[in-house]
Write a protein that binds this ligand. Sequence first.
Ligand SMILES: [Zn+2]
Length: 142
Amino acid sequence: MRLVINESGLSTFKRRASRVYPREIYGILLGKKLKNSTYKVLKIVIPPIVESTYDYVIPDYNEIERIVFSSGLDYIGSIHSHPQASPTVSAHDYLYWDKNKDEVVGILSIRKRNSYKVTELKFWRKNSSLPVKFKTVKPDEE
Ligand SMILES: [Zn+2]
């Protein structure tokens, strides 16, 4: 699997994640599924959030369906933050994986170090212990 992500969409998501810290934030990955299992993420949309704490986030799933439908893009998966925790799949994440039919789940770890925050991002596929390799591209490189 190859994952290619629009850089500006990702940096917008990271800024939002940093702003709501120490609560989690959630976004959906919209784009195109290409041949040879390449997934292009063109947009990361943050849906309305029902509940958000430091260790889980519940988005409005009905709104997500509406957003995906009206986007005209493929639903690739989701991304959310882990404040003060590693970028690995939690029990809660695993539980929701099938429900959402995520091809890939992105987890952004955010840790506060004195006055600044450091982040680490990993993408996961179901039943694979190794993270998915990804690269970011500027919109004009697409
Ligand atoms: Zn999680």
